[in-house]
Design a protein around this ligand. Structure first.
Ligand SMILES: NC(=O)CC[C@H](N)C(=O)O
Length: 228
C-alpha cells in the first residue's frame, strides 16, 4: 500500500504523518508538494496539519486552490481513502469535499493538549480497528476547530452515521454536537481536528491513533487481492 502525504506551504505535521506510516506501520509513503497534479500512483491520500499559507483569510481557505487539490478530489471520487487532519480537515471543508465549516475556537485561544474522543462510528474504513463507543486519547492543536453546519446538514450527518468522532467528557472548542471528525456520505473522506499521527506510540502519551492508520491498511488489504 502506498500513502501520499501532501505538503502545502506552512504544513508542519507532515513529518509526524510520514513517521506514523513509514516507521509505525512500515508502509510505503511519499511527500507530495502542493503544486503536483497527479496522485494516481497512491492508494491513500493524507492532508496533514499545520498553518498552510499562514492561515491567512481562514485556515485552509487558500490551500484549497492548490493544484494538488484537483488530484485529491479525483482520488476521493475514485473511492480512495482521503484523510484530512486539523489543517487538512479545514482544507477539505474549504474545498467542499466535506460539509460544514470551521470557526474560531469558542474561547478565541489556540488549544494544544490531549483530549478524549468517543468512536461514534467504528464501521468506517478509518475506524474498523476500534470498538464501538471506544474512548481514545488524541492530542489537539488548533485555533479554528469549532465545527459548524446548518440544521439540515447536521440531520444528514446523524442519519448517515457520518459523525465518526465526538469529543468525550468535554468540548474544547465549542464544536456543534461535540463533533471532532466526520466522513463524506461515501465514507472514504475523513476530516478530523485531533491528530492521530501524534498518538502512535506510548512515548507520545498515547498510541490510540495507530488503530486509525491500521484500519486504512486493513481496508486496502481487504479490497485489493495482494498476490504473494
Ligand atoms: N495543527 C493544525 O493543523 C492547526 C490548524 C490551523 N492552523 C488552526 O490553528 O486551527
Amino acid at each position: 500500500m502506498k500513502f501520499a502525504v501532501v505538503v502545502f506551504p506552512g504544513s508542519n505535521c507532515d513529518v509526524d504523518m510520514y513517521h506514523a506510516i513509514a516507521d509505525e506501520l512500515g508502509e510505503e509513503v511519499e511527500y507530495v508538494w502542493h503544486d503536483e497534479d497527479d496522485l494516481d500512483r497512491f492508494d491513500a491520500i493524507l492532508l496533514p496539519g499545520g498553518f498552510s499559507y499562514g492561515d491567512y483569510l481562514r485556515s485552509g481557505a487558500i490551500a484549497r486552490f492548490s493544484k494538488v487539490m484537483a488530484a485529491v478530489k479525483q482520488a476521493a471520487d475514485a473511492g480512495k481513502p482521503v484523510l484530512g487532519v486539523c489543517n487538512g480537515f479545514q482544507i477539505l471543508l474549504e474545498a467542499g469535499l466535506l460539509p460544514g465549516a470551521m470557526r474560531r475556537n469558542q474561547g478565541l485561544k489556540f488549544i494544544c493538549r490531549p483530549v478524549q474522543l468517543t468512536v461514534e462510528n467504528h464501521e468506517t474504513m478509518f475506524t474498523s480497528a476500534y470498538e464501538k463507543g471506544e474512548v481514545i486519547t488524541i492530542p489537539i492543536a488548533h485555533g479554528e476547530g469549532n465545527y459548524y453546519c446548518d440544521e439540515q446538514t447536521l440531520e444528514r450527518l446523524v442519519k448517515n452515521r457520518q459523525i465518526v468522532f465526538r469529543y468525550h467528557g468535554e468540548n474544547p472548542n465549542g464544536s456543534l454536537a461535540d463533533i471532532a471528525g466526520i466522513v463524506n456520505e461515501r465514507g472514504n473522506v475523513l476530516g478530523m481536528m485531533p491528530h492521530p499521527e501524534r498518538a502512535v506510540d506510548a512515548l507520545l502519551g498515547s498510541a490510540d491513533g495507530l488503530k486509525l492508520f491500521r484500519s486504512i491498511v486493513n481496508y486496502w488489504r481487504e479490497t485489493h487481492v495482494v498476490t504473494a
